[in-house]
Design a protein around this ligand. Structure first.
Ligand code: NOJ
Length: 535
């Protein structure tokens, strides 16, 4: 079955370029490295790649600190390499999604360097959020950076600039028309070079309100925004309604303009997906109204427990909320910002959840290495590079564990990733997870992903909505079955630690782990496993 437009139910493979494959022996992945592995990517059965930033950057935040958004950082190659990567991807019928970072630039961007040299009130400073100190010398407000520490840094003449993230990532002032004009130039630049879409970083953050007002509970808000801090959900939800710098009305005007720009490329089907952490969940749907963006990430599965009530709610809510604006959901179990799913919920559970999700309507995102069942890399503090680790004096370990380079093959680390020492160490315990090894093992996670994505294309893409068969709403206990039918397929996930019988009919197509038995006319689904049946 086909889906039109291409992105609608695409499976999109996220590549973190620094960690994918090193072609020039400097210990870091690069664009030619990705190009050289496109046959592998294609063999997974995905439709597109999303490339995390590869632009000129001092790399203080893994490239999300962009010093020149219209050039390639030498560590990754050059513009010719980018063009070649896009050309080779297209030859294999793979689309390419670039990551655009509009909330902030690097402090090394020429605009910020000019702002530092210019006077207070100058047009150079108006591109960012520069304000005078309070009378007592304190910063203009008490906001806390998402990476910890104050959101403000003082410059030589006493003014402060705002940075929601690291101090090397000054926030742009989107009230200034020059900023939008520059980003439209960047969008066009990459579309003209051949990219098929954009992942928009911090899409909900561009417009700030009440910049000169203190938040009543900045520490509470900072904790509420962090996925790794446990908090009573009512308290968290109440705090999340008070964020003055996220999800302001004005961001939608920006995306309406961008949508017109995308649509002006007739015949190209340029898409954009928003990274928007918003609350309440219904607000996410505003980003995918007909005249705005095409997809918005649903991040719930990055933190959801392996529990049928929880997963039922996540899936049901996402499908039904998106339906109100005629959009389809997105599903992501891992990304470069969160613990890998196999480490978070367990290896068998991660396989079961992936197979469950691949049956659902919408787009599935797969973070490179997820197909191997990779766990998080085990790192020493001395290996860490994530600014969150440094800005919290080590209190938060940060996101490096999910960014350890991929193991390609061979028996010894770094398993073919590079001929040099990799930028983050790969543990010898990853020997069994190499692509080479998993390709040779028909029971590997890699084969499960390949088989599932092939079946998804054959039977499910374009097959319409789901009908729940077993769920919390059908009287089942939270630890057992979750099941739906879609088109000709019935998907059954057994979340419990023992085999469970179910009524699913039809021929077994695939199972994420173990063996499906038949007993008294019923199917027996193994513990922590998902199966698809063709009726
Ligand atoms: C979200 C990106 O995914 C993350 O890696 C980055 O640190 C922040 N945005 C800031 O750009």
């Amino acid at each position: 079955m086909n889906s039109s437009p291409w992105w609608k139910e695409a499976t999109i493979y996220q590549i973190y370029p620094r960690s994918f494959f090193d072609s020039n022996g400097d210990g870091e992945g690069d664009l030619p490295g990705i190009t050289s592995k496109l046959d592998y990517v294609k063999s997974l059965g995905v439709d597109a790649i999303w490339l995390s930033p590869f632009y000129t950057s001092p790399n203080k935040d893994g490239g999300y600190d962009v010093a020149n958004p219209r050039d390639v950082d030498p560590r990754f190659g050059n513009l010719e390499d980018a063009r070649e990567l896009i050309t080779q991807a297209h030859k294999r019928d793979l689309r390419v999604i670039a990551d655009i970072v509009p909330n902030h630039f690097s402090d090394q961007h020429k605009w910020f360097q000019a702002a530092l040299k210019a006077k207070r009130g100058s047009k150079e400073r108006e591109r960012f959020h520069f304000y005078d100190a309070n009378e007592d010398g304190t910063p203009p407000n008490n906001w806390i950076s998402l990476f910890g520490g104050p959101s403000w840094t003082q410059v030589e003449d006493g003014q402060f600039y705002l940075h929601l993230f690291d101090s090397t990532q000054p926030d742009l002032n989107w009230e200034n028309p020059e900023v939008n004009a520059d980003f439209e130039k960047t969008l066009r630049f990459w579309i003209d070079l051949g990219v098929d879409g954009f992942r928009i970083d911090v899409a909900h953050g561009l417009i700030k309100e009440d910049v000169l007002t203190n938040h009543p509970d900045p520490q509470g808000l900072s904790n509420a925004l962090r996925l790794d801090v446990a908090m009573d959900s009512d308290k968290r939800n109440a705090l999340l309604l008070t964020v003055p710098y996220f999800d302001r009305q004005g961001v939608h005007e920006i995306y309406r303009k961008w949508r017109k720009l995308f649509d002006s490329y007739t015949g190209r089907e340029i898409m954009a997906v928003a990274e928007a952490w918003v609350h309440p969940p219904v607000n996410a749907t505003r980003y995918v109204r007909a005249d705005e963006l095409h997809q918005v990430f649903n991040f719930d599965l990055l933190t959801a427990e392996f529990d049928s009530d929880v997963l039922f709610d996540v899936v049901e809510r996402s499908i039904s909320l998106n339906a109100t604006v005629n959009a389809l959901p997105t599903w992501a179990l891992s990304n470069h910002d969160s613990p890998r799913v196999a480490s978070r919920i367990g290896d068998e559970q991660a396989r079961a959840l992936a197979l469950f999700v691949f049956g659902l309507p919408g787009s599935a995102y797969v973070f490179a290495g997820q197909e191997l069942g990779l766990p998080d890399g085990q790192l020493q503090d001395s290996d860490r590079q994530d600014p969150t680790f440094f800005r919290t004096n080590g209190a938060i370990k940060g996101r490096d564990g999910a960014r350890v380079p991929l193991p390609w093959g061979g028996d010894t680390k770094p398993f073919g990733f590079s001929t040099a020492k990799p930028w983050l160490p790969i543990s010898q315990s990853w020997k069994d997870f190499t692509i080479e090894n998993e390709l040779a093992d028909p029971k590997s996670s890699l084969h499960l992903y390949k088989n599932a994505l092939e079946l998804r294309k054959e039977f499910l893409v374009g097959a319409g909505g789901i009908t729940w068969l077993e769920s919390s709403q059908h009287g089942h206990k939270s630890d057992s079955l979750l099941s739906y039918s879609r088109g000709a397929i019935t998907v059954v996930m057994n979340l419990s630690d023992s085999a469970k019988e179910c009524d699913a009919e039809g021929k077994l197509l695939i199972v994420s782990g173990g063996t499906v038995d038949a007993r008294d006319g019923k199917k027996v689904i193994p513990a922590r496993s998902t199966a698809w049946f063709l009726t």
